[in-house]
Design a protein around this ligand. Structure first.
Ligand SMILES: C[S@@+](CC[C@H](N)C(=O)[O-])C[C@H]1O[C@@H](n2cnc3c(N)ncnc32)[C@H](O)[C@@H]1O
Length: 200
């Protein structure tokens, strides 16, 4: 993925496009968040990293969803957290943050990360759970990297900071037998990433 000019523009989220509109509509539903919150391995891995790394720091949570990671960051001692979320789940996150009495340290930005980054605010930590099937399926990484490039302090850190993709060759017939592979094959957002990358 290039960070320069045209390539970056072509990978940007376009909230007006049908694919991205449906994507955020989907993330406005509680059920998809219940599934993520119920994933103990995922939640505990984030809890551990956050508890070790954010005390006394300023944090931007890109794609905050229900605000779970922002709340963890505030509870782990972050001095300020901005929870950036485009879907209407941002409204629920804001209410939960108030309920946890964390509203003095956690601000919810209800909008696109691509719009937030013009705020000019710099943070010590860019936190995000951007991974989809096969890592890049949801194309949230491009948004996270835009925030990193504009909003992360020079000595700041990313959570997570690295990832690996393992690739293996398999017969197409397997796709039909596997619900996740079948979903990916017909994923409009993954297809949009591939199309945008091919034009970049
Ligand atoms: C995989 S979910 C993670 C939610 C939450 N951080 C968690 O760990 O449970 C990704 C979230 O990012 C949001 N998102 C994706 N791209 C975004 C963007 N460009 N700007 C703002 N929010 C975005 C989605 O609406 C979704 O709620």
């Amino acid at each position: 993925m290039s960070k320069s000019g045209d390539a970056e523009t072509s990978l940007k989220v376009d909230a007006e496009s049908e694919v991205d509109r449906l994507f955020f509509e989907n993330y406005g539903k509680q059920s998809i968040h219940d599934e993520m919150i119920g994933d103990k391995v995922r939640v505990e891995a984030y809890r551990q990293a956050i508890s070790e790394l954010v005390s006394g720091k300023t944090v931007i949570d890109v794609g905050a969803g229900t605000g779970i990671l922002s709340i963890m960051a505030a509870e782990a001692g972050a001095s300020r957290v901005v929870a950036v979320e485009k879907s209407k789940m941002a409204l629920k996150a804001r209410a939960d943050i108030q309920k946890h009495r964390l509203a003095d340290r956690v601000e919810v930005y209800h909008g696109l990360a691509e719009d937030y980054l013009h705020s000019g605010e710099k943070a010590d930590v860019v936190l995000s759970e951007w991974m989809g099937y096969s890592l890049i399926n949801e194309n949230v990484l491009a948004s996270v990297l835009s925030v990193r490039d504009r909003c992360l302090k020079a000595d700041g850190i990313m959570i997570p900071s690295r990832a690996k993709i393992f690739i293996a060759v398999f017969e197409e017939i397997l796709v039909q037998d596997d619900p996740i592979l079948r979903e990916m094959q017909s994923s409009p957002r993954l297809n949009a990433v591939v199309e945008r990358c091919s034009k970049a």
